[in-house]
Design a protein around this ligand. Structure first.
Ligand code: GLU
Length: 484
C-alpha cells in the first residue's frame, strides 16, 4: 500500500502552531514511508475563508520547509484540491446517500429545531433531531424546493455503536445515540466539514489521517459516513492536544500561536520544526535536538504520546539556540542578514566583523532577534547601574583605569576605527605594570570603562568589535562620573 496523507487547513486565519505540528507529522510520516503528502484547502466556509489566508499559510509552510506532492498550486490526479471547487462531487455523493436512504432532505427551520431541542433538554430527553422530515417523498421534496423553500440534506444517523481503532488512542468506543442526524449539505448547497472531509479522503485515496485529538468527535460522524458509503475508512491517528504550562488549552496567553509570529521573532524554521516534533513524538534515543532529515528514517506513529504535551517557550528558545550554534558562521550570517532590517552596523560591516560578532554572541542569543539587542548594546553609551556597578565604582583603582584608557584611546580614535584584541590585551598588561592594578579590580574596572557593563562576553573580542570612538566615550563618561 502506498501511503497517502493530507494536510487539510481551513484558510480562515494564519497558520497556527498546532496546525503546523499536524502538517509536520503528516510530512514526516509520508517521507518515512515513501508516501505522498497532499495539501487540501478546506474553504467551504465562504464567509471566513480567504485566498489571502491560504497564501499566507502556504508561505509559512514553505518557510518551514514543508513541501507537498499534490495541492492547489501543484496539481495532481485527484484534484481540484480546494473544496470550494468540488461542489459537483459532493452533490453527487449526497444524492447517492439520499437514494440509499442514508440521508434525507429536511425543511425544518432553525428556530423550530432550537425550540424543540430546548424543550427536550428541559424534560431530560434526547435533544437529537426528531425525524420530522423522514417521511417526505421525492416528489414532495422537489415540490418544496421548486417553490423556493430552503432545505438541507441531513444524514440519518444509524442506531448503533462505532469502534475506532486509532493508531494512538487504540480502541475508542462510541456508543449509539451520541449524535443526532447532522447536516451534510447546507441550504446554499455548501457541504459541511465532516461530509466533504470523508468524500475527499475517499476520492483522494487517503490511507492515514493524522490530526489533532480535538477531531475525535468528528471522527465518529465520519465513520458513519464511510459506513453508509460502503467505504473502508483510512487509519486514524489522533495526536494529543498541545496545552500550556497551566494545563489549559493552548492560547495566546501561553505565547505566540502563529508560525508567522515565530518567524518575526527570529526563530529558525528547523528549530521550530524540531520543537513542534517533540510535542507529542519522542526520539528513540531521547535526543531533543535534531534535524528533520535525520529523523525521517526513525519517524513512526508508534512513538506518539497519548498525554498532552506542554508548550514550553523556554525549551523552544533552548532548541533555537542549539540550532543557531549548529549552523556554520557563514550560514548564520546569511540567515541573520535576511532577518534583520534594523541592525545597519551589521549589514554594512565587512564579513570578518560579521563573523566575529556572531561567534561572540551566538552562545547566548536565543533568537536572531537577540543579535539585534546585542548590536544595540554594542553602541550604547549608557553606564549600567546597580549594586555590582556601585561596587566597581567604589574601588579606588577604577578611576586610574578610566583615566588610563582615556589617555590611550584619545590619540587613536581619529585614525583607528576599531582597536585590535592585541591592543586591548596590551593595555590591560600596561595597567597591571604601570598602575599596579591586578585581578578583579583590573578586569571589572576595565570592563566597566570599555563596555559600561559589569558582565559580558570576552572583553578583548567585545572591545575589538566596538567602534573605538564609543570605547573612548564610555571611558570618559566613567571618568566624569568618578570626578563628579
Ligand atoms: N479543516 C480541518 C481543520 O483545519 C481539517 C481537519 C482534518 O484534518 O480532518 O481542522
Amino acid at each position: 500500500m502506498t501511503v497517502r496523507v493530507r494536510f487539510a487547513p481551513s484558510p480562515t486565519g494564519y497558520l497556527h502552531i498546532g496546525g503546523a505540528r499536524t502538517c509536520l507529522y503528516n510530512f514526516l510520516f509520508a517521507k518515512s514511508q515513501g508516501g505522498t503528502l497532499i495539501l487540501r484547502v478546506e474553504d467551504t466556509d465562504l464567509d471566513r475563508s480567504s485566498r489571502q489566508f491560504e497564501q499566507a499559510q502556504r508561505e509559512d509552510l514553505a518557510w518551514l520547509g514543508i513541501t507537498f506532492d499534490e495541492g492547489p498550486e501543484i496539481g495532481g490526479h485527484v484534484g481540484p484540491y480546494r473544496q470550494s471547487e468540488r461542489h459537483k462531487i459532493y452533490e453527487e455523493v449526497a444524492t447517492q446517500l439520499i437514494a440509499n436512504g442514508h440521508a434525507f432532505y429536511c425543511f425544518c427551520r432553525e428556530e423550530v429545531l432550537e425550540r424543540k431541542k430546548a424543550a427536550a433538554l428541559a424534560q431530560n430527553l434526547n435533544p437529537a433531531y426528531d425525524g420530522t422530515c423522514y417521511g417526505l417523498t421525492a416528489e414532495e421534496v422537489q415540490d418544496r424546493l421548486a417553490k423556493g423553500e430552503e432545505g438541507v440534506v441531513r444524514f440519518k444517523v444509524p442506531d448503533k455503536s462505532y469502534i475506532l481503532h486509532d493508531l494512538v488512542r487504540h480502541e475508542v468506543v462510541f456508543p449509539a445515540g451520541m449524535v443526532g442526524d447532522f447536516v451534510l449539505l447546507r441550504s446554499n448547497k455548501m457541504p459541511t466539514y465532516n461530509f466533504c472531509c470523508v468524500v475527499d479522503d475517499i476520492k483522494m485515496k487517503i490511507t492515514h489521517v493524522i490530526r489533532g485529538e480535538d477531531h475525535l468527535n468528528n471522527t465518529l460522524r465520519q465513520l458513519m459516513i464511510y459506513d453508509a458509503l460502503g467505504a473502508t475508512p483510512p487509519q486514524f491517528a489522533h495526536a494529543s492536544l498541545l496545552i500550556g504550562k497551566d494545563r489549559q488549552k493552548l492560547s495566546k496567553r501561553h505565547g505566540a500561536t502563529s508560525v508567522a509570529q515565530y518567524r518575526e521573532d527570529g526563530y529558525l524554521p528547523e528549530a521550530l520544526l524540531n520543537y513542534l516534533c517533540l510535542l507529542g513524538w519522542s526520539h528513540p534515543a531521547e535526543k531533543d535536538v535534531f534535524t528533520m532529515s535525520e529523523i525521517i528514517p526513525l519517524f513512526g506513529i508508534d512513538r506518539f504520546s497519548k498525554s498532552s504535551p506542554i508548550y514550553d517557550l523556554e525549551k523552544l528558545a533552548y532548541i533555537n539556540n542549539q540550532h543557531m550554534r549548529l549552523l556554520s558562521v557563514e550560514e548564520l550570517a546569511s540567515r541573520y542578514s535576511a532577518f534583520t532590517t534594523t541592525h545597519s552596523m551589521f549589514l554594512e560591516s565587512p564579513t570578518d566583523w560579521k563573523h566575529r560578532f556572531l561567534n561572540l554572541f551566538k552562545e547566548k542569543a536565543q533568537t536572531l532577534k537577540d543579535f539585534e539587542m546585542y548590536g544595540t548594546q554594542l553602541l550604547s553609551l549608557e553606564l549600567e547601574s546597580g549594586e555590582e556597578v556601585d561596587q566597581i565604582l567604589a574601588m579606588p583603582t577604577t578611576k586610574s583605569i578610566a583615566q588610563f584608557l582615556v589617555d590611550v584611546l584619545t590619540p587613536v580614535v581619529a585614525t583607528i576605527p576599531f582597536v585590535t584584541e592585541a591592543q586591548v590585551g596590551a593595555w590591560m598588561d600596561a595597567m597591571k605594570n604601570t598602575l599596579g592594578v591586578k585581578g578583579k579590580p583590573l578586569f571589572l574596572g576595565g570592563r566597566l570603562a570599555l563596555t559600561g557593563q559589569p558582565h559580558g562576553p570576552d572583553l578583548k573580542i567585545l572591545s575589538s568589535l566596538t567602534p573605538s570612538k564609543i570605547l573612548l566615550e564610555r571611558a570618559k563618561k566613567l571618568l566624569q562620573k568618578l570626578n563628579s
